[in-house]
Design a binder for this molecule. Structure first.
Ligand code: NAP
Length: 316
């Protein structure tokens, strides 16, 4: 069976894929173009796409009756795939839930601590030779221990973040979630996003991207935050109205932000780069070899189930 892997995966995953499928791998790290998506739907049995490979309604429409029967996405987030259009074209979609959870939660904590304790700013100061020595009021940040974290989107990653914050840093946890969500740690679900934004010393966003959450974090949401509070986004860039975030940071409506994802990724606005109390990471959420191997194995398990006519382990 013909399998297109849109971007090269770790060696162990590539070897396993090649042992089972007739594999084509694109020789670039850039996302697939529209034409490549159309061609892949027409020519491949299975495609293993990833972040940014835009399988839009238009691509499915142009592909006609696709040869491809499965998009086995590498990643839990699949907002680059129009799942409704895929379904209508008879193409199943799977993802890699769970494999990404702890690593992404770890990056959320990295950003929370770096932002709260001004670590990016401090590191830059040392590197440019601007540090003139310790003194009692140097670079004072936000002490997170015992404070309140507000999680937006209390799914797998949201809960992993909440556990780290509560059991690691003695933080109270409040959260906003689309549906009622019982969780196995002390945490209060609040009725509105505004209540969470207002209650939290640190807000961390972990909802999926897509039409439903587009600009969920807007000017109104940032206006509800406390001025000493910090904001972290490890979800998807377009969940945040980036212009509104920049305006809120400039106006001092919040104390800082830590971002792993961007609205027009990989473009990062100069306005954000110019703000000192912002920590900017290049979408590192799952960037560890064993995590990417686990994601690859999971995506491949879905491909193999498809090839053997078995139920797909991780349908979306
Ligand atoms: P998940 O288990 O499906 O959790 C998503 C949570 O968000 C669910 O609890 C869901 O509520 C909630 N939600 C969905 N729409 C909402 C809305 N409109 N308002 C409020 N809450 C809403 O997914 P996950 O595994 O935690 O992953 C979350 C997202 O993280 C992924 O979709 C991906 O985009 C992102 N991510 C980023 C990285 C990175 O590298 N930075 C890595 C991995 C994942 P319900 O209970 O109602 O469904």
């Amino acid at each position: 069976m013909k399998l297109l892997i849109s971007r090269a995966l770790p060696d162990s995953v590539m070897a396993a894929a090649k042992a089972r499928f007739d594999v084509t791998t694109r020789p670039t790290t850039q996302p697939m173009s529209h034409d490549e998506c159309v061609a892949a739907l027409r020519e491949q049995d299975i495609v293993l796409p990833t972040l940014g490979d835009a399988f839009t309604a238009r691509a499915f429409a142009e592909a006609g009756t696709p040869r491809c029967r499965l998009l086995a996405n590498f990643g839990v987030g699949y907002n680059h795939i129009d799942v409704g259009a895929a379904r209508a074209a008879g193409v199943a979609v799977t993802n890699t839930p769970g494999a990404v959870t702890d690593a992404t939660a770890d990056v959320a904590l990295t950003l929370m601590l770096m932002t709260a304790r001004r670590a990016g700013e401090g590191e830059r100061l040392v590197r440019v030779g601007g540090w003139q020595g310790w003194h009692p009021t140097q670079m004072l940040g936000l002490h997170v221990t015992g404070k309140t974290v507000g999680i937006v989107g209390m799914g797998r990653i949201g809960q992993a973040i909440a556990k780290r914050c509560h059991y690691g840093f003695g933080m109270d946890v409040v959260f906003y979630n689309r549906s009622p969500k019982p969780v196995d740690l002390p945490a209060r679900q609040l009725a509105t996003l505004a209540e969470v934004m207002a209650a939290a010393d640190a807000v961390i966003v972990a909802v999926p991207g897509g039409a439903e959450t587009h600009h969920l974090l807007d000017a109104e949401a940032f206006a509800a935050m406390q001025r000493h509070a910090i904001f972290v986004n490890i979800a998807r860039g377009d969940v945040v109205d980036e212009a509104a975030l920049i305006a809120a940071l400039r106006a001092g409506q919040l104390a800082g932000a830590g971002l792993d994802v961007y609205e027009f990724e990989p473009a990062v606005p100069d306005a954000l780069k110019a703000i000192e109390n912002v920590v900017l990471l290049p979408h590192l959420g799952t960037a560890a070899l064993e995590v990417r191997e686990a994601m690859g194995r999971m995506a491949l398990d879905n491909c193999i189930a498809q090839a053997e006519g078995r139920a797909l382990p991780n349908p979306v």
